[in-house]
Design a protein around this ligand. Structure first.
Ligand code: ASP
Length: 439
């Protein structure tokens, strides 16, 4: 068995956290390939090293003095090295970074140094070989991740290596210039490494005991989800539930490698399993609830709309012409509603409305703002009667007015539109009825 283990920023923010990670790695000899993030926050008001690097580089780029900021970053690493009792020195590395900053090597290079340096420390602490991600993770000339070239290079490089530490978050173009993934991208590197070595499990170590059923800022101590499918996860992540970078799913999904989200501070917790498919029933009918505020709905009315072929296309054309993507389009007999992100839409609303009038000739167009969408997701809904009924009676009891309902044909989720102000109450009511009342 082979496991790839990725540790997030808060799991590697201090020497103490490094020790926990090393204990976890040593506790299971199958944990062979390690992908570290940059040091994250040690306490709530602390700064992430990645953000410090961006800030420092922006000063360098503007020709301002950045030596104090760079020293602060160096001090973060030195504190970890000292705390671990290592004799390692990063002095020469910082000289190179300083020189590269002066030569304006770019913010991608700057940000990548967070993972690069943390991985050098991790490799020294574990006594494993360090592999610079710039040598094995490849981007093509358009800046897109080159999955196949990377897979070959990584597989070749790791084939005879028992252990290795590979920094997360970045790779390089063929000419060696460094390029990062989007923020939180170390998750993606972990998945890429898992694919290359055909790992049995991709363990993703973070600071929560898995994917939670609902947002802990709304629900006190929500339970963790035991098992979730990739599809369910996609629905929840799309609605803002974030523990894991969405793009990290693809490399492991194609190889059928399960992901296990674990808590570095509570290694005894089983965490959440993310799998292709499972016959395990989730403990509750629903797997998770997530949602987002800040939508608005554009309601279009036209008598006899149902018999006018092409009406929907004309309406959506108006949105497309102004580069606005739509989220949901529930429709009635003579009405059609288009849900869009308010902040994307607000500046263009009058243009879009007049385009709708021009293209589709409706009777009237009405806009409602400050709406929230909530997704109730669960593979168990398909085989359970009365789920929708329970959701809506819970919402009615909580005095929440439902403005939109959309159930996908996969029966994997129900999307509910409510006023922004009702958002928290609605989530509490749904959590109560499906989770708390089942305990
Ligand atoms: N350090 C990077 C970030 O803060 C990448 C990561 O942690 O996954 O976004």
């Amino acid at each position: 068995m082979k496991k790839v283990v990725k540790f997030g920023g808060s799991s590697l923010a201090s020497a103490e956290q490094f020790r926990k990670a090393a204990d976890i790695i040593h506790a299971d000899k199958e944990r062979r390939y390690v992908v570290p993030s940059a040091p994250g926050k040690r306490f709530t008001e602390d700064a992430k090293v990645t953000d410090m690097l961006y800030g420092c580089y922006h000063l360098a780029e503007a020709g301002e003095n950045y030596s104090k900021e760079l020293k602060e970053i160096e001090a973060r690493y030195q504190e970890i090295i000292d705390g671990l009792g290592l004799s390692l020195s990063l002095k020469d590395e910082f000289k190179v970074i300083d020189k590269q900053f002066k030569e304006k090597a770019g913010e991608n290079y700057a940000a990548s140094r967070g993972e690069y340096l943390n991985s050098i420390i991790m490799a020294a602490f574990l006594g494993y070989e360090f592999i610079d991600a710039a040598q094995v993770i490849r981007f093509d000339e358009n800046g897109d991740f080159d999955a196949e070239t990377t897979n070959q290079m990584l597989r070749e490089r790791l084939k005879d290596m028992e252990h290795a530490v590979i920094p997360g978050f970045y790779g390089a173009y063929a000419d060696g210039r460094v390029k990062t993934f989007s923020r939180g991208g170390s998750d993606i590197t972990g998945a890429i490494v898992a694919r290359a070595v055909k790992a049995d499990v991709y363990e993703n170590w973070t600071d929560v005991s898995g994917f939670l059923i609902a947002d802990p800022r709304i629900i006190d101590n929500p339970e963790a989800i035991e098992t979730i499918t990739y599809r369910e996860l996609r629905e929840l992540s799309y609605m803002g539930a974030g523990v894991f970078h969405e793009d990290a799913i693809f490399p492991v999904r194609r190889e059928g490698i399960p992901i296990n989200i674990r808590n570095t501070n509570k290694p005894e917790d089983a965490g959440t399993w993310i799998v292709e498919s499972t016959c395990q029933k989730s403990r509750y009918v629903i797997t998770g609830i997530a949602g987002k505020k800040g939508f608005c709905s554009v309601n279009i009315e036209k008598a006899m709309m149902n018999s006018e072929i092409g009406f929907g296309r004309k309406v959506l054309q108006a949105f497309e012409d102004y580069g606005i993507s739509f989220e949901h389009v529930p429709s009635g007999i003579d009405t059609m509603t288009v849900f869009v992100h308010q902040d994307e839409f607000i500046d263009k609303e009058q243009k879009v409305v007049s385009a709708i009038h021009r293209l589709a000739d409706p009777d009237c167009v009405d806009i409602e703002s400050d709406l929230a969408l909530i997704a109730v997701v669960g593979r168990g809904m398909k085989s359970t009667r009365g789920t929708a009924g329970r959701i809506f009676s819970a919402l009615a009891h909580a005095n929440v007015n439902v403005k939109m309902i959309d159930q996908g044909s996969s029966e994997l989720n129900v999307i509910i539109g409510v006023a922004d102000d009702d958002f928290e109450d609605a989530i509490k009511a749904i959590y109560d009825i499906f989770v708390l009342s089942q305990l």
